[in-house]
Structure formats: C-alpha cells, structure tokens
Design a protein. Structure first.
Length: 230
C-alpha cells in the first residue's frame, strides 16, 4: 500500500493490528503503531482499542494500560480489551479492579466484560463474588459454565451451583475431572447424570483407558453400544 503511494486508513490499521494480536507479533505491531503516531490517528478510539488489545495479547500489559489511560473517548471495547489483557497476563486482581472501575466510570459491562471478570474472581478464589457476577451473564455459554465450575471445584465447593441436573454443566464437569485424571469423581458425576451426550461418554472411556482401567473403559463402551441399539 505504501509502495503505491496510498496511505492506510483507520480500518487498515485496525485490521493489521488485529492480525498482529492473533499472531502475537509484537515487532510488527510496534511498527504499525509508529505509522499510526506519524499519521496522527492515535486519537481514534477504534485504533486505540486495537493497539490496547495488541499490546495486551503480546504480553506488554503495562504499555496497554498506558495507552488505555490516554484514550480520550473510551467505549466498552476499550475497557474489555484491558480487562481481558490483565486476565491473560496473570493479573486477576487488576482485572477485577478495572471491572469495578469501569462501573464507577458509568460504563455498563456486557457479557464479554462479565465473562472475563468471572475468570478473575475464580482465579483468586473469590467464589461468592464470582457467583454474583455469573448471575449477571445473560447468555451463559460453555466457557462461562466451565469457568464457574472450575472455580468451585478448585476451592472445594463443587456442585453448589444447583445445576447438577444440567446436561451441559455435568458434561463439562465430567470432562474436566477426566482431563485432571480424577476418574473417581468423574464417575460420580457421570452416574448421577439424568441423560448423557457424546462428550460425557467419550470423556469417561478416554479417562479409563488413559488411567489403565481397561475393563471399565470396555464396560462404558458396551453401555454406549447398548444405548444406541435401544
């Protein structure tokens, strides 16, 4: 583009920065930032958000915060980019602090904001606070459920959510226990499920097989075949 005499627009910069974020290419991201500075596009909120996101995803969270503090017309995406950045960079306390700061500033968190805040609360063991945040999420996907479940499990409060009959939640819990090698607990959850799906069946078979419990794996496999036949 430069070679043909064209100057990149804000949309070009944002797309290029998003690519750098996905590739974790900090060097190229900094080069683009330099062009943005020269082109005086730094005050554009969409460009600023893309820069914040790029630096956060590339591990330079302090630089992302510096840009965030200097962004004039912040929007929800601005806050989300840095909140997610703190969580990704292992700073859950700052993630939560910014989540609270966002609300004090008069911004309404969306499901993306709340999902990241949920992860922050769970990481530092504030399970009760996480539960309150969890209730704020309008559309709870598997990631949200699993984050909440892991938070409870890690802190000794498994299945206090009152969702032990939910197929999606139970399947996620079985899968998590199996991946952690805790076959006994996975089996307990599996046995209490009112119905089962492919994820839960496969997780149990794989877990038994990986833990050298071949007879149990075959027994589960036979149960699957029997269920299909009926």
């Amino acid at each position: 583009m430069h070679g043909e005499g064209f100057e990149p627009t804000e949309h070009s910069h944002v797309s290029a920065l998003n690519a750098c974020s996905r590739l974790s290419d900090l060097r190229k991201g900094k080069q683009i930032h330099g062009r943005i500075y020269v082109g005086c596009l730094g005050r554009n909120v969409f460009v600023s958000n893309a820069l914040i996101d790029m630096y956060a995803k590339c591990g330079e969270i302090d630089r992302a915060r510096w840009l965030f503090d200097r962004t004039i017309n912040k929007n929800v995406v601005s806050w989300n980019s840095l909140i997610a950045g703190y969580l990704k960079n292992g700073q859950p306390r700052k993630c939560i602090d910014l989540f609270q700061e966002m609300q004090v500033a008069g911004f309404k968190p969306d499901d993306v904001t709340v999902s990241n805040a949920l992860g922050g609360y769970c990481q530092i063991g504030l399970v009760e606070e996480a539960s309150k945040v969890f209730s704020m999420i309008k559309i709870k996907d598997k990631v949200c459920w699993t984050t909440m479940i892991v938070g409870y499990v890690v802190h000794g409060k498994a299945i206090l959510l009152g969702v032990d009959n939910d197929l999606l939640v139970c399947s996620a819990l079985v899968d998590m226990y199996c991946k952690c090698g805790i076959t006994k607990d996975a089996s307990v959850v599996f046995d209490m499920m009112p119905s089962r799906n492919v994820v839960s069946w496969n997780a149990m078979i794989r877990s038994y097989e990986q833990n050298g419990q071949d007879l149990e794996a075959l027994a589960i496999y036979k149960n699957v075949a029997r269920t299909v036949e009926t």
